[in-house]
Design a protein around this ligand. Structure first.
Ligand SMILES: NC(=O)c1ccc[n+]([C@@H]2O[C@H](COP(=O)([O-])OP(=O)(O)OC[C@H]3O[C@@H](n4cnc5c(N)ncnc54)[C@H](O)[C@@H]3O)[C@@H](O)[C@H]2O)c1
Ligand SMILES: O=C/C=C/C=C(\O)C(=O)O
Length: 497
């Protein structure tokens, strides 16, 4: 996606963030402040939906399924999704402003990744669903009898969509696009940290002609609030969730009494394995991207780097140089490469891991604390990018997800040792292997117990591929036709011929 010349600085505050129910923008049972992670200022007032509004949203979704939306053809839905993508492009800067105001992420990233991918998510699933054939068979029995079997894909119904704060619009549309492509209605619960683009997408849906009630948004928190009200609601036919593994467990319990399907994209503790024959400059650049992108707040981020001993010092030196070159600052300040963490609370979590690493004997090669960025940013959730060596494999820092701009650098001597160390985790989301020997690249990438394994690259995405994790990292895969499997429930018809 070509990056656009940005035409204006990001407005510091926004109008109240409302819920979207049945095509209307409605206030909630209470309000809470959205605090800027950049400087601690109040950037918006958000309306917490509460159980009654969740009930109204689920009912609106049901009515939409019983109305024109439920009777719309696949081709018509695909056309609508493409119109949504076009409208996202037309309101591109509004979405960038909202995303940047909520997250503090650099403008360049919000433009080239977060909002750009939102449009692509809609066009991708318009294409996938339009091109999807029917699962059918001509069955030939002994004695010459025959039958025709065909599976009719039907939407799950009203789908609860619960999403996190790190790539808010990208991850929300990664779920909403296929859900709508398959004819579902959705009730979305965005993170309380990043409410704005979900509501803005409600305007865009309406402007594109998506019928009222198909796309609903209910703001609030998790336990004891809107999130729990949604996932425990009798009228929800399935839940797709991206977030922490522990939250996934809670949501699994919430839907268990009604035995509803779940699709989970959860946490990770991702490893990179660097062999001595790698292309050093390209590898260090790729490692730095995988550690520091989005201030390390990407589920796919590398937090463990295993380096073959002969190149350990060179890779360490290269990563320290890349960390030193990072520019922390306001999203719309020239040259900013790195924003803050999402909140003061999340920064405290990351700081506890910095302290834990020190207690466990880590040597801080870079960072390790809170940067002094001047008085006007002192209220923000800033943290120094941090690189460690000297941590024992038993340290919690090597087994628990920090979800910040941090990585432990660990030497190894043999391929088997590297694979054993990388796979010694309860997570299983992503891995990266850096080597010029491609037969080794294939071999080691396949040996990783993860959902996604990259060789000489990171976060290169073909949206048709299965995206999901093993172990604590998730249940199910989303992406291409894999998403259609989750968002539909087929009826197989067998006709004796
Ligand atoms: N695998 C992936 O694709 C992927 C992508 C992005 C983030 N993540 C993970 O998400 C985490 C960071 O995001 P986060 O802090 O927003 O996660 P989180 O689990 O704290 O919250 C995610 C969402 O769930 C809601 N929620 C929390 N508790 C709930 C409950 N009991 N019932 C219903 N809803 C509830 C929150 O309000 C939020 O909207 C990290 O662990 C990261 O690895 C995974
Ligand atoms: O933080 C996690 C990032 C997930 C990214 C995707 O789901 C994607 O690129 O489709």
């Amino acid at each position: 996606m070509a990056s656009r010349p940005y035409v204006r600085p990001v407005p510091a505050t926004a109008p109240p963030v409302l819920n979207v129910v049945d095509g209307a923008f409605v206030e909630g049972m209470s309000t809470f402040d959205k605090i800027s992670p950049v400087d601690g200022a109040v950037v918006a007032t958000v309306h917490e939906a509460g159980p009654e509004l969740v009930d109204a949203a689920v009912a609106a979704g049901r009515r939409a399924l019983d109305g024109p939306w439920g009777r719309m053809s696949t081709a018509e839905r695909a056309r609508l999704l493409r119109r949504v993508a076009d409208r996202i492009e037309e309101r591109f800067d509004d979405l960038v402003d909202a995303e940047v105001r909520d997250t503090g992420k650099p403008l360049e990233q919000a433009r080239t990744l977060d909002v750009a991918r939102a449009a692509v998510n809609f066009t991708t699933f318009a294409d996938v669903v339009a091109g999807q054939g029917l699962d059918s068979y001509l069955t030939e029995m002994a004695g010459g009898a025959r039958a025709l079997n065909y599976a009719v894909p039907k939407p799950l119904g009203v789908v609860g969509v619960v999403v996190p704060w790190n790539l808010p619009l990208l991850l929300l549309t990664w779920k909403v696009a296929p859900a709508l492509a398959c004819g579902n209605a959705v009730v979305v619960k965005p993170s309380e940290e990043t409410p704005s683009t979900a509501t803005l997408l409600g305007e865009i849906m309406s402007e594109a002609g998506v019928p009222d009630g198909v796309y609903n948004v209910v703001h609030g928190f998790g336990p004891g609030s809107t999130g729990e009200a949604l996932t425990t609601h009798e009228g929800i036919d399935g839940v797709t969730f991206t977030g922490e593994s522990s939250t996934g467990s809670a949501i699994m319990r919430a839907v268990a009494p009604r035995v509803r399907p779940v699709s989970f994209e959860l946490g990770g503790k991702n490893a990179a394995v660097v062999f001595a024959d790698c292309d050093l400059e390209r590898t260090v650049d790729g490692l730095a991207r995988s550690i520091f992108t989005n201030t390390g707040q990407v589920c796919l981020s590398t937090e463990r780097v295993y380096i073959e001993r002969p190149v350990f010092d060179d890779v360490v030196a290269g990563l320290v140089e890349r960390a030193r070159a990072l520019r922390l600052g306001r999203p719309d300040a020239p040259g900013t490469t790195t924003g803050p963490l999402i909140s003061a609370a999340h920064r405290e979590k990351v700081r506890r891991y910095l302290e834990l690493a020190r207690e466990d004997g880590a040597q801080e090669l870079f960072g390790g604390g809170v940067p002094d960025l001047g008085a006007d940013l002192a209220g923000g959730a800033w943290i120094e990018p941090t690189l460690w060596t000297g941590l024992d494999h038993s340290s919690r820092v090597l087994h628990e997800e920090v979800f910040g701009p941090v990585a432990a650098l660990v030497p190894f001597d043999t391929e088997d040792e590297a694979i054993r160390l990388a796979n010694d985790t309860r997570y299983g989301l992503a891995a990266a292997v850096w080597t010029r020997d491609l037969s080794r690249g294939h071999r080691v990438a396949q040996a990783m117990r993860v959902g996604m394994s990259w060789v000489n690259t990171w976060y290169l995405r073909d949206l048709r591929t299965p995206f999901g994790g093993a172990g604590l990292s998730g249940i199910g895969q989303e992406g291409g036709a894999h998403s259609l499997h989750f968002y539909t429930e087929p009826t197989n018809v067998c006709v004796q011929l």
